[in-house]
Design a protein around this ligand. Structure first.
Ligand code: C2O
Ligand code: CU
Length: 463
């Protein structure tokens, strides 16, 4: 098939190619697929409740899972069919800055009825996700998010299945609709919008059938606005192999797994429950646990468990330089209910907490409740940057850095796993370090979405 023929026949050629069973690959490559944000309905609550009206990519919750090879390109035309402006952020991708999806920092919002072409390279294999970055405290509470899976070049570890599990938390009304009150300052000053209904991949009853001694890769993603999951596997034994997309140096045996908003964990589990039993993923709250995913064991895959898996191949993230000479910054997190902050700078003025709350801000970074004009750090490309973070609030926070993965540095100087989102407990201090190798302006914010909208947001510049 010569390309001249295609041009001559245009659209009509599609039919011919499909009819002869050939895939029009070069045409597909030239016409990016659409990723349409629009309204949809689904049975989110149990069957005796009405369907829920949601906002979703393709109208679905979760949105379509995008799977692409490492080193490949992600090309999608975002079409905004929602009644609000939006953008898409590709969480955890060490992305070209212009594609990062942050309104006012890396692009303009995409108005209703408009489009934006996202087109970027995927440098790292792993589990990533996409979500709006405009009014995300509302748009994500209404359902907008999806998984972006970047496949390892070697095909990944040997497993019987590879499942993406997006964990979400919804605040539903009695007739199973998304509750309003997105700007509720009580939520904003406390733990954020905590819901009353947990789903996995858009259902409250996620289940699958498995076989004893079968092996599964589970890619867990916390897409909730604010809820922290605390997970345990029962009838499944295995290893934690990656965090926030990035492979661990060595698989760690799986115990209790804390997953803060936006965090991911890749685990490999073998089914150890017997035929007729049910293996479970259980979420623990203060007052007990409940299953969020069930695996019915219906047969035996093999008589023994497989050998322990090897580590995933590392991603090409640069090694940290010496921390003594690193460029450093301090970040003080303040505010919220039961904190000791009495005011912060807003609109160039010092404001008291009550006035701030009236203007929709209840938190501050380094005494500023607005997105600051100046970056927290301006680094030269390739420099190692160290940020000392103090959580001087009465709440946990999930601190997310765009465009880079960092390591937490322990008091004795040892560097932890690569992450893009760090859960910090109330009163905790943490030191993070990373190589600022990705030029552009990058957000650093709390991923409890009510907290970032309420003032927990700053940015870094890499030149
Ligand atoms: Cu997933 Cu700035 O966020
Ligand atoms: Cu927070």
């Amino acid at each position: 098939m010569k390309s001249i023929t295609r041009r001559t026949f245009g659209g009509g050629m599609f039919g011919v190619l499909v009819a002869t069973g050939l895939r029009p690959t070069s045409l597909q490559a030239q016409t990016p697929q659409d990723l349409i944000a629009r309204e949809g309905v689904l049975q989110l609550a149990p069957a005796n409740y009405p369907e829920t009206q949601v906002w979703g990519y393709s109208g679905a919750v979760p949105g379509p899972t995008i799977r692409l090879p490492q080193g490949g390109r992600m090309t999608r035309r975002f079409v905004n069919e929602l009644p609000q402006p939006g953008t898409i952020h590709w969480h955890g991708i060490r992305i070209d800055n212009a594609m990062d999806g942050v309104p006012g920092l890396t692009q303009d919002v995409v108005e209703p009825g408009e489009t934006f072409l996202y087109d970027f390279v995927l440098p790292d294999a792993g589990t990533y996700w996409y979500h709006p970055h405009n009014r995300s405290y509302e748009q994500m509470a209404r359902g907008l998010s999806g998984a972006l899976i970047v496949e390892e070049a070697d095909g990944g570890p040997e497993v019987d299945s590879d499942e993406v599990l997006l964990l979400d938390d919804w605040r539903l009304t009695e007739d199973a609709q998304i509750a309003g009150g997105f700007g509720n300052m009580h939520d904003w000053a406390h733990a954020g919008r905590i819901g009353n209904w947990i789903t996995v991949n858009g259902t409250g009853d996620w289940r699958t059938t498995v076989q004893r001694h079968s092996r599964h890769r589970l890619r867990l993603v916390n897409t909730a606005n604010a809820r922290i999951f605390s997970l345990e596997a029962q009838g499944l034994e295995g290893w934690l192999i990656a965090l926030d997309g990035m492979p661990l140096d060595a698989p760690q045996s799986l115990g209790r797994l804390t997953l803060a908003p936006a965090q991911r964990a890749d685990i490999i589990v073998d089914v150890t429950a017997s035929v007729g039993e049910e293996a479970l993923l259980v979420n623990f709250e203060r007052d007990g646990g409940y299953a969020i995913a069930s695996f019915d064991v219906t047969a035996v895959a093999r008589s023994e468990r497989l050998d322990a898996p090897s580590p995933l191949p590392p991603n090409p993230v640069p090694q940290l330089g010496p921390l003594q000479t690193a460029r450093t910054a301090k970040l003080l997190m303040e505010g919220g209910a039961m904190g000791r902050m009495d005011g912060a700078m807003m609109g160039g003025q010092m404001m008291g907490m009550r006035e701030m709350a009236g203007a929709g801000k209840v938190w501050a970074f380094n005494g500023m409740a607005d997105m600051p004009d100046a970056p927290l750090v301006a680094a030269n490309r390739g420099e190692t940057v160290r940020i000392d973070i103090t959580n001087d609030t009465a709440w946990p926070h999930a601190m997310h850095l765009h465009g880079h993965h960092f390591r937490q540095i322990a008091d004795d100087g040892t560097a932890g796993a690569l992450r893009d989102t760090l859960l910090m407990d109330r009163g905790e201090t943490a030191q993070i370090a990373f190589v600022a190798d990705n030029p552009g302006d990058w957000l650093l914010h709390c991923h409890m979405l009510e907290h970032s909208a309420g003032g927990m947001m700053t940015w870094l510049r890499v030149v």
